[in-house]
Design a binder for this molecule. Structure first.
Ligand code: ZN
Length: 82
């Protein structure tokens, strides 16, 4: 069982590469904190988050990682049941 997640480029960079250096300073803590909470919730439910990489295109939906309501590109990740 897997769940499709649409991540903003900031979250995608952190999840795929462990790289948060591209995030503006005024957003950095918000994004990293929210994304860590998201990961914790998925892990608690027995999932791990895997990189898919498919370009899901532009969306106004909230990012599934940091939940910022910003329009932008979404990159596909999947939450997989362990
Ligand atoms: Zn995000």
């Amino acid at each position: 069982m897997s769940v499709t997640l649409g991540m903003c480029p900031d979250c995608a960079s952190i999840l795929a590469n462990g790289d948060s250096t591209g995030i503006p300073d005024d957003q950095h803590e918000t994004v990293t904190t929210a994304l860590a909470d998201t990961e914790t919730r998925w892990h608690r439910d027995g999932y791990h988050i895997a990189y898919d990489g498919e370009d899901m295109g532009f969306s106004w939906n909230k990012c599934d990682g940091c939940h910022r309501p910003l329009g932008g590109d979404r990159i596909k990740f999947v939450a997989l049941k362990r």
